[in-house]
Design a binder for this molecule. Structure first.
Ligand code: AMP
Length: 489
């Protein structure tokens, strides 16, 4: 099997881009898939994100499209030749970014369209003409209906993260899109698992595909140290902080099962003094991309996310993944912890198992094919000041991380007052606080009190605590805990 990119005889423009990315050796999925795609075969690939599958389909596809490369400014000379479909906006954005990098020394054009964004700029890009179009299904259909793109010259279709597209309910959209494409084409399908539904999809739309598989679809990387701790729901946050502290972890993904839980946890952790961002289906596209970027830049320590929002995110070197909730769908465990321990680096995956999780743990054991050891974790005495979350907690965080500066004076005060308190036997529970029932909002810049705090104070009826939320807001909360709609376009 070919192992080195130099053995592929890629066109110099592509080879240069690959070299610039620092890749020399192909990953197993690349070594298996690239030569097949170069010969024009349909491919069905069992590969998860993090295996290098984007390059596995992009490079051979670009290589074969080079015959159409031209410098003409006429849109007619740049029809869509390759269509890459993905389930979520983030994935589409990420894949499009990679395609652009691989194609940067060619004259092939590419763009991305996904929902949650104004259609106009996307329309302008489409009208200029692009050879490679990366898209989420719903938004692509919008553009097709608006006659912003014509797909009758498509030669390649990639259905990436096909299992997730079916999970989200994109099958009818996919069927419609595929019906617009020429029958004579190469179709590539990538999926983390080959469920019966995926096999049916493949048998309908792929012709004599070759199957390439890099690892057992439900395998977890051996480089990930996995722990399952028995933790009461109320202790989860304290335990999370304790592990971050004890392990000296600077960044982590924290997975939760619901959008509301995601927003509430992010907000609570932010109040604990950790730089936190939330990533869930109710966040606008702009907010999601900003959160992701802040995490990539290291300005955010914890990214609290739901499965749909985080699936396939290409964030390298996340040192740890926390399953704050055991996932409802056991396969999501594999996807979640695939964020850490990538490309041979070591990673840590910690899962909190509460008393209600017996069934989910059973399903996980079935999927992973082994009995899970659920460990007890000694919770150390909480070092936070008692009472409402306040600046003291941020001070605790600053002390922990050894940050210096003008905040030190503020930091010492809570410690002195803490000294007078008798030690608590175990983690103090966060006081019941209606505050945490509010949707997460990003912290405003600077040290000024958050806008929600001042607004709440201003609106509070006289004689009532400003923390008592007004009744009429409650239905809005219930509304946002409704089951997630299709997350992508
Ligand atoms: P993917 O599975 O396509 O999301 O890729 C995961 C990550 O691996 C991306 O950040 C790629 O840039 C990186 N990558 C892809 N191919 C290689 C390679 N041959 N060697 C090293 N890194 C790679």
């Amino acid at each position: 099997m070919t192992q080195s990119f130099s053995e592929l005889n890629l066109a110099p423009a592509l080879a240069k881009a690959v070299a610039e990315m620092g890749y020399e050796t192909m990953t197993p999925i690349q070594a298996q898939a690239i030569p097949q795609v170069l010969t024009g075969r349909d491919v069905m690939g069992a590969a998860q994100t993090g295996t290098g599958k984007t390059a596995a389909f992009s490079l051979p596809l670009l290589q074969r499209l080079l015959k159409h490369e031209n410098a003409s400014t006429s849109p007619a000379r740049h029809p869509v030749r390759a269509l890459v479909l993905l389930p979520t906006r983030e994935l589409a954005d990420q894949v499009a970014e990679q395609v652009k990098l691989y194609a940067k020394y060619t004259q092939l054009r590419s763009t991305v369209v996904f929902g949650g964004m104004d259609m106009k700029p996307q329309t302008l890009e489409l009208k200029k003409g692009v050879e490679v179009l990366v898209a989420t299904p719903g938004r692509l259909l919008d553009h097709i209906e608006a006659k912003n793109c014509v797909l009758n010259q498509v030669e390649y279709v990639v259905l990436d993260e096909a299992d997730r597209m079916l999970d989200i309910g994109f099958l009818p959209d996919l069927q419609r899109i595929l019906s617009y494409l020429p029958k004579q084409r190469t179709t590539l399908l990538f999926s983390a698992t080959f469920s019966p539904e995926i096999k049916r999809l493949a048998s309908s739309y792929l012709q004599d595909p070759i199957t390439v598989e890099v690892a057992r679809s439900n395998a977890t990387a051996s480089t990930v140290e996995q722990h399952f701790y028995r933790v009461d729901d109320d202790d989860k946050r304290g335990t999370l902080r304790q592990i971050l502290r004890e392990r000296g972890l600077k960044q982590a993904f924290v997975f939760v099962n619901s959008k509301l839980g995601c927003a509430r946890l992010a907000r609570s952790l932010e109040r604990d003094g950790l730089n936190t961002a939330a990533l869930h289906g109710d966040k606008s596209q702009d907010e999601r991309l900003k959160a992701l970027d802040a995490f990539k830049q290291g300005n955010v320590d914890l990214l609290v996310c739901t499965d749909v929002a985080a699936r396939g995110l290409d964030i390298k070197d996340v040192p740890a993944v926390f399953n704050f909730d055991i996932p409802f769908n056991a396969e999501d465990y594999v996807h979640r912890i695939g964020r850490t321990g990538r490309a041979g680096a070591s990673g840590l995956a910690v899962s909190f198992v509460s008393g209600r999780d017996a069934r989910l743990v059973g399903e996980l054991e079935k999927l992973l094919g082994k009995k899970l050891e659920i460990e007890a974790l000694e919770l150390e005495q909480d070092r936070r000041p008692a009472g409402r979350f306040n600046d003291g907690q941020r001070a605790w965080q600053r002390e922990e991380s050894g940050r210096e500066g003008r905040d030190n004076r503020e930091a010492r005060e809570p410690r002195e007052s803490r000294g007078a308190r008798a030690p608590a036997p175990r983690v103090a529970r966060a006081p019941a606080d209606p505050f945490f029932d509010q949707p997460y909002e990003a912290k405003p810049a600077g040290d000024t009190p958050p806008q929600w705090e001042t607004a709440q104070r201003a609106n509070a009826p006289k004689g009532l605590s400003p923390n008592i939320k007004q009744r009429r807001k409650v239905p809005a909360l219930f509304k946002s805990s409704a089951p997630p709609p299709p997350a992508a376009s």
